[in-house]
Ligand binder design. Structure first.
Ligand code: 2AM
Ligand code: CA
Ligand code: CA
Ligand code: CA
Length: 273
């Protein structure tokens, strides 16, 4: 492993502690207890177990830090210290259907970042089935295991493979998504929708996808992934082209050349609505 800060080691240890149980649960998914949080919004005992393990491990390492996690919500810590932003299982729909495309996402948010406002300083995304970890530290690059990550160098929309997240039953704006899709899909080489926003961003950072757009995302879906994209030389904004607000959850990410082309199509489709 390439040398990295103590915090990345802490995140890695916690993720690799929760990983084997998540893999075991995945192999016996038909026996798992599942409940519904919204019309098509499921949560399983595996989500909760993974979250509990991550909280327990991270609390051991940094006892006074707070948390923002998907299932338990906010756990208050020392307001002057960083907090963890965690999705213990991103891609639950895939998980419950036996599709091995899911991950854990862990980020560190410094309450007083470089400009005195909250800022993500570390991100770690772990896919237990492939054993891949994508991670970044602010200002120190993005990595897949010990390999430096770089967003794709493709410049032409006609060569670009673009990921998105599609609204689903009870969630998101179908009309808006359809307009954007109608503008982008005819111009690019392909569109993918695999159902894990955190992995979508990690794959943009790794140059597997050339771009990604989605809205109505939660902080735990994107906190780690956005930093990994930026540290891999990528560009991420909201649909207006301004800095992403993780609380608002609107993202367009790509290398900078493709970002401006995609943004033109996206903004045009919403203007003509
Ligand atoms: P989750 O698996 O952590 O719930 C953005 O698309 C996010 O929406 C996904 O990363 C996923 O996170 C969440 N989501 C919840 N229910 C979903 C569904 N039925 N289909 C797709 N994504 C869903
Ligand atoms: Ca969920
Ligand atoms: Ca999620
Ligand atoms: Ca989740």
């Amino acid at each position: 492993m390439v040398s990295h800060s103590g915090l990345i080691t802490v995140m890695e240890r916690a993720a690799r502690k929760a990983g084997p149980r998540l893999r075991r649960d995945f192999n016996e998914v038909q026996h798992l207890q599942v409940s519904r949080k919204g019309p098509a919004d499921f949560v399983s005992i595996a989500d909760k177990r993974a979250e509990d393990t991550l909280i327990e491990e991270l609390q051991k390492a940094r006892p006074d830090w707070g948390f923002l996690v998907e299932e338990r919500g906010e756990i208050k810590g020392d307001p002057n210290k960083p907090r963890w932003i965690i999705d213990p299982l991103d891609g639950t729909s895939n998980f419950l259907h036996g599709i091995p495309h899911f991950c854990m996402s862990i980020a560190v948010e410094d309450p007083f970042g470089s400009q005195g406002k909250p800022e993500i300083t570390h991100g770690y995304i772990y896919q237990p089935v492939t054993d891949e970890s994508f991670w970044a530290e602010k200002g120190r690059g993005a990595w897949l295991q010990d390999q430096r990550l770089r967003v794709s160098a493709r410049r032409d929309l006609a060569d670009a493979l673009i990921a998105t997240g599609i609204p689903f039953l009870g969630h998101g704006n179908f009309a808006e998504w359809s307009r954007i899709f109608g503008a982008i899909a005819p111009e690019v080489a392909g569109i993918r929708r695999f159902g894990s926003a955190a992995l979508d961003l990690a794959w943009v950072a790794a140059g597997r996808y050339d771009g990604f757009w989605e809205s109505d995302l939660k902080p735990w879906d994107i906190a780690a992934g956005l930093l990994i994209v930026k540290e891999a030389g990528g560009f991420a904004t909201d649909y207006r082209g301004t800095e992403v607000n993780i609380a608002k959850g609107q993202v367009l990410a790509a290398n900078d050349g493709l970002h401006s082309k995609l943004h033109k199509l996206l903004a045009g489709s919403l203007r003509n609505a």
